[in-house]
Design a protein around this ligand. Structure first.
Ligand SMILES: *Cc1c(COP(=O)(O)O)cnc(C)c1O
Length: 353
């Protein structure tokens, strides 16, 4: 072994869902939105002056920060933006989790959290969700260096109400509590309204799911100004220009069109509820979903087998070969047409057993 080899930071990277490119495929594996971004985004693209790319973008990302502040009735100094919520969360881990005590997050949750904890050498403990994939609040009453809660949770789709979040915050006023709300727009109630009450709360959201802009890479954090200042300090110590000019301009357009946003959300929720009823008839069960996906298990047929069967029909869903969830499929809600095709194929697979 070379001497330098022992000085290398070795990490086991996060594995994102595959991005296949197969003609006629139905892609329900990475929780993207099946509908296009707001029409204003397309207009802004058509009118975009390429000359703008000569210059560095505004490092404070002011136009986007102001638009988000306006939308959520917050002050601009309570808003931080980054390159997808993955970037925002990574910055938040780096900024807020520097204790010797372990940070806490559930055993089954967004699988990037333990990757960042390893990368940044943050000790962590993962209390187990109960058998219904719900968090046990008392697991989060012990001393800790911070808490991360995905609410609604991924990949389980289940949601904890605001009283639950308030309770966790009240028990943990000495540490930062990050609430990752990547899916909150699909029927949950955001913890943003708790920001005035709790100075230790950081709410993180994304344009990737409810705003149909996963390809643009925009995420944001909301919290009191002291938290936003320090996370900005860390960002400016790492990379001043995280937000490119197009993200800033197109992101603003996506936030402006509230009517279109609500239309898309409602369509996805309606499709979700309909698909759940049909899947139950086929012998599936799932936790109640407040997200744009369903986390389903079949009473007889192993999930891995269904996963393969769907793939053979060019339908991509997500399967996690991990303890406790290896008999579940995570299925993104697509268009009605896509979901009808899924249901048809599932029916055939179930019948042929
Ligand atoms: C999708 C997702 C994210 C990351 O989204 P970005 O595309 O990086 O904004 C973060 N947390 C959870 C729980 C997610 O499902």
């Amino acid at each position: 072994m070379k001497l330098w080899e022992k000085n290398i930071r070795k990490v086991e990277p996060y594995v994102p869902g595959e991005q296949p490119n197969i003609p006629g495929m139905i892609k329900l594996n990475t929780n993207e939105n099946p509908y296009p971004p707001a029409p204003g985004v397309l207009n802004a693209m058509k009118e975009f002056q390429v000359d703008k790319l000569k210059l560095y973008p505004d490092p404070t990302a002011k136009i986007l920060v102001d638009e988000l502040a306006n939308y959520y009735h917050l002050n601009p100094n309570q808003v931080f933006v980054g390159v997808g919520s993955d970037d925002v969360l990574a910055m938040a881990f780096m900024t807020f989790f520097n204790s010797d005590k372990p940070i806490l997050f559930p055993d089954i949750t967004y699988s990037f959290y333990d990757v960042w904890a390893e990368l940044f050498k943050i000790p962590y403990i993962r209390p187990a969700l109960d058998e219904n994939f719900k968090m046990k609040p008392e697991d989060y009453y012990k001393e800790n260096g911070g808490i991360v809660i995905a609410n609604p949770n991924a990949p389980t789709s289940s949601y904890e109400d605001l009283d639950f979040i308030r309770n966790i915050l009240s028990h943990n006023q000495e540490s930062i509590v990050i609430v990752d709300e990547a899916y909150i727009d699909f029927g949950g109630r955001s913890a943003i309204e708790l920001i005035p009450e709790f100075d230790n709360l950081l709410v993180v959201q994304t344009f990737s799911k409810s705003r149909s802009m996963a390809g643009m890479r925009i995420g944001y954090a909301l919290g009191n100004e002291a938290l936003i200042k320090v996370i900005n300090d860390v960002k400016y110590s790492y990379n001043s220009y995280t937000m490119n000019q197009t993200s800033l301009m197109f992101g603003v357009e996506a936030v402006k069109d509230e009517r279109y946003f609500n239309e898309c959300i409602n369509k996805i929720i309606n499709t979700r509820e309909r698909v759940i009823i049909e899947m139950r008839k086929l012998g599936f069960s799932m936790p109640q979903s407040k997200t744009n996906f369903i986390f389903a298990t079949h009473k007889d047929i192993p999930a891995q087998k269904l996963f393969t069967g769907l793939k053979e029909n060019k339908i991509y869903v997500r399967y996690f070969n991990k303890p406790r969830i290896d008999n579940y499929l995570r299925i993104t809600i697509g268009t009605d047409y896509e979901m009808d095709t899924l249901l048809r194929v599932l029916k055939d697979l179930v019948k042929s057993e």
